[in-house]
Design a protein around this ligand. Structure first.
Ligand code: CTP
Ligand code: CA
Length: 232
């Protein structure tokens, strides 16, 4: 995507973005993953960079290229994503947690490829919860840093989306939560997206629909407190 912006309104702002989907190993050749392409997080990184921000992207298995001028740290498992973010957090003014983190990991991944010879007819995997990285980042945020979470919910009703979003924001303590509804064939893969941004009071501070780059710009406006560009 071409990023066209003449604004440099985020010059001097340091933005840390996570994007993509984590993979939890089952054995050396298999993993538990998710359908996140990384597009929305990458669009935020690209839009922020185009507006002059200093951007670090923690990237987990992106299906899209990394934007030019963005420092990138590649990770795979949730634990690696967490370490990278914890290390980078102190140098950020805004942290945007757009990555889809695997909620569970295999308790003990096999160090050898699992064979049907060993398992027989059925295989049971013990899964344990991963830590809530976003909630941890909220707790360790330096004074003045804004922490932004995402929540993709499989609901079509806007009121239900808001209700769940407000409850989730409370649980995480994030300064902002970006809500969108996803289904089997929208949200994750398409270039278009439609979001509602709520703040720490649960109030709606932005709504945006369109291609992921323009949605990214509206999200950045809301979470950095910059004014929107006049409609053209
Ligand atoms: N998140 C995180 N660490 C996790 C799970 C989620 O940091 N272990 C972050 C995501 O990156 C996102 C936000 O939390 O910014 C919300 O993710 P979501 O999956 O909607 O929240 P969960 O708390 O996992 O709730 P659910 O059980 O509905 O999946
Ligand atoms: Ca989850």
């Amino acid at each position: 995507d071409a990023v066209v912006s003449t604004r440099r309104d985020l010059a001097g702002t340091r933005i840390l973005v996570s994007a993509g989907g984590t993979r939890e190993p089952i054995d050396p050749v298999r993993f538990i993953g998710n359908r996140s392409s990384g597009r929305q997080g990458v669009a935020i990184a690209a839009a922020a960079r185009a507006r002059g921000a200093e951007v670090t992207l923690v990237a987990a298995h992106l299906e899209v290229p990394v934007p030019a001028g963005v420092r990138t740290i590649e990770v795979s498992r949730a634990a690696e994503l967490e370490s990278a973010l914890v290390a980078e957090q102190p140098a950020a003014d805004v942290v945007v947690m757009a990555a889809a983190v695997s909620d569970f990991r295999v308790a003990v991944a096999s160090d050898r490829k699992i064979s049907k010879q060993d398992t027989g007819e059925a295989l049971a995997l013990d899964l344990v919860q991963n830590p809530d990285i976003l909630r941890g980042l909220v707790r360790t945020a330096p004074e003045g840093q804004r922490v932004v979470g995402f929540a993709a919910e499989t609901v079509d009703d806007a009121d239900e989306l808001l209700r769940r979003g407000r409850a989730k924001r409370e649980r995480k303590g994030a300064d902002f939560l970006v809500l969108n509804s996803v289904g089997v064939d929208h949200g994750f893969v398409e270039d278009r997206n439609s979001v509602i941004v709520i703040d720490a009071s649960g109030d709606i501070v932005a709504t945006a629909a369109g291609d992921k780059l323009s949605v990214a710009d509206r999200i950045l406006d809301a979470v950095t407190g910059t004014a929107s560009e006049p409609a053209t």
